[in-house]
Write a protein that binds this ligand. Structure first.
Ligand SMILES: [Zn+2]
Length: 411
């Protein structure tokens, strides 16, 4: 292998200590103290790799090495180092640290790239803290929305306050940082977060496309009352409505979706959340995704019908807000071709697969061609401290990233 396996291993292990929970978990919420600590450590590794670094007005950590031909569109590599509240050690970090290892290896090989290379650790990919993620990447491509800095976390802290606490003066006027044509290719390495590679007994995979998610927040309002005194037929129970919708939505996706369609209700908040009061208000999230846009649209319409009908039947008011809507995005054929050729040289025999989860790369695809490499992870478990990937598999993924990046950087 060209990459320094020992160094990469040490970086993964060291970063896993920051925000560590239990034996194998991490909690590095976006813009938090732990997130900042991680950024500072990773920044040092970037500098050791020969990258010149800065933290931008969205909280992204960016490193750059100048190429011989400064006018050429750059090559960008990266992922994220923030985590879910109850997250694993490899989600995001594999790609972020792998990208740094690629540049460090180039330096040790005495290679000055033709194109400039930037490595980026995107801010708030996960979206858990402010219920809206991929903030950093949307910042650099110009896809931020109204009110983005006013979103609050569970403790009432706004993103603006959190970013300041993190040490960044948010500057949304910097958006977009890049425009189409600035970046030749964006490459992201990531754990698969699914069971496909494991089932095929392959350490590495080449991604064909990322399926598009819709994120909705549904609010149902009924009427509170004493759990002991209001007869069943007079109730307006918002939680009952939410549970019926959840069940019917699940059946809809199972019965009418494609093999790639997935739908989840993942977060539920009830008010006043008391055991002897009928729930007056419930807010819950819906996550619906597919690689087939028509199939997804069809199910989305039916979901609205379910919400409408259930609300009527149970005498509830409802509102639906849309937090995210992304179309499926396909990896560039020319990048996949380079990956396949390099993969053959390395003798990995990597399969091609799609990505159900979205990644920073999904957003980069709006301004640049992109490619992704997946690494097998145990039982497909992710967003969980039990998330596990073999070091050897991850090193193979970084090695393929290195050879792909080298080809593109020298083109
Ligand atoms: Zn991730």
């Amino acid at each position: 292998m060209k990459i320094n396996q020992k160094r990469f291993h040490e970086h993964i292990e060291t970063l896993a200590e920051i925000g560590k929970i239990g034996e194998t978990g991490v909690c590095r919420l976006a813009h938090s103290k732990e997130d900042r600590e991680a950024v500072d450590v990773v920044r040092l590794w970037m500098e050791e790799a020969g990258l010149e670094t800065h933290i931008d007005g969205f909280g992204n950590l960016v490193g750059r090495v100048e190429g011989k031909e400064k006018d050429k569109p750059i090559l960008m590599l990266g992922s994220h180092i923030d985590s879910q509240p109850y997250g694993g050690r490899f989600d995001g970090t594999l790609g972020a640290l792998g990208a740094i290892e690629v540049v460090h290896t180039l330096k040790e090989e005495g290679i000055t790239p033709n194109r400039s290379i930037e490595v980026i650790c995107f801010a708030d990919e996960e979206g858990s803290r402010f219920n809206k993620g991929v903030f950093g990447v949307r910042g650099i491509i110009g896809q931020l929305e109204e009110g983005e800095l006013e979103r609050k976390d569970k403790n009432g802290v706004t993103r603006l306050e959190a970013l300041r606490e993190f040490g960044v003066e948010p500057d949304l006027s910097q958006s977009p940082v890049y425009k189409p044509g600035d970046i030749e290719a964006f490459l992201e390495l990531h754990i698969e977060q699914g069971p496909v590679l494991e089932s095929q007994d392959k350490p590495v995979g080449i991604v064909s496309a990322i399926s598009g998610p819709i994120w909705l927040t549904v609010t149902l309002e009924g009427f509170a009352g004493h759990a002991g005194s209001v007869p069943m037929n007079l109730r307006q129970d918002a939680f009952l409505g939410a549970s019926i919708i959840t069940k019917e939505f699940n059946e809809l996706v199972r019965n009418e979706g494609t093999p790639n369609t997935v739908g989840t209700v993942g977060s539920v908040q009830t008010f006043p959340n008391s055991r002897n009061i009928i729930p007056e208000k419930v807010e819950f999230t819906v996550d619906l995704r597919d690689i087939d846009l028509d199939a997804r649209t069809k199910l989305e319409k039916k979901l609205y019908e379910i919400i409408e009908r259930t609300s009527k039947e149970h005498n509830l008011e409802y509102s639906i807000s849309e937090d995210t809507r992304s179309d499926p995005r396909y990896c560039a054929d020319w990048i996949k071709d380079i990956m396949k050729a390099e993969d053959e040289q390395l003798g990995y025999d990597s399969p091609t697969l799609m990505s159900g989860p979205f990644h920073d790369a999904l957003f980069m695809s709006y301004i640049s061609d992109y490619g992704m490499i997946f690494v097998r992870c145990e039982k497909g478990i992710s967003h969980n401290p039990l998330e596990y990937a073999e070091m050897e598999d991850m090193q193979k993924g970084v090695e393929l990233l290195y050879h792909t990046a080298l080809k593109i950087a020298q083109s």
